[in-house]
Design a protein around this ligand. Sequence first.
Ligand SMILES: N[C@@H](CCC(=O)N[C@@H](CS)C(=O)NCC(=O)O)C(=O)O
Length: 210
Amino acid sequence: MIKIWGRRDGSNVVKAMWAVGELGIEYDRIDWGGKFGGNDDPEYRAKNPNGRLPTLEEEDGFILYESGPIVRYLCAKHSMGNLCPDTLKGRAEADKWMDWSSLNLANFNGVFLDQFFRLSKDQRDPVKVDAAIEAATKMYDILESHLADRPYLCGDKFTMADIPAGSLTYRWMTWPDSIPSHPNVKAWYDRLAARPAYQKHVAQANNKRE
Ligand SMILES: N[C@@H](CCC(=O)N[C@@H](CS)C(=O)NCC(=O)O)C(=O)O
């Protein structure tokens, strides 16, 4: 059985776990990092010198850190031609969206977490919140155009390309205040949110705003 080291609500852990859920792989997820600690444990550092989450460990001793590569590896191993596109161009396209999402959609998540979970109401900075919304809106404008004539990022089928973007969009879509409307993004998000693995590993794993 594979092991995934990482607390279930870490945004990068969520990505890996959603892939694990989609693939139906048996797993043992070990609560690690955050309030559970352990990142500086020498044995853990030997597996992941960054002391970050998630880390994948397979029974034969194979170890992999970095959430994007974990998603790619598991999808290529267990779902080639389905979650992992099996053409060179198809795979490059999926890689593009995975990297694009991790680079461009994560900041909003970070600001949301800082402002609404880590700081008290009177410590919140509306300027930072507004700047994060403005920057994210430009990125969702790009997704909005891309999703105008396809249901998923790589076309007709759900693939690994949707995993980083879809998991990072959870907070955007559950943002309680008004955010600019992106109907194509909303329709895509609703398709993802209807997936049992999304419900279990993304929606239920993300801690809720007070
Ligand atoms: N680029 C890394 C980033 C890993 C990362 O920063 N993970 C966060 C959790 S999402 C972490 O380890 N934070 C420290 C902690 O939770 O203890 C990846 O995608 O896996």
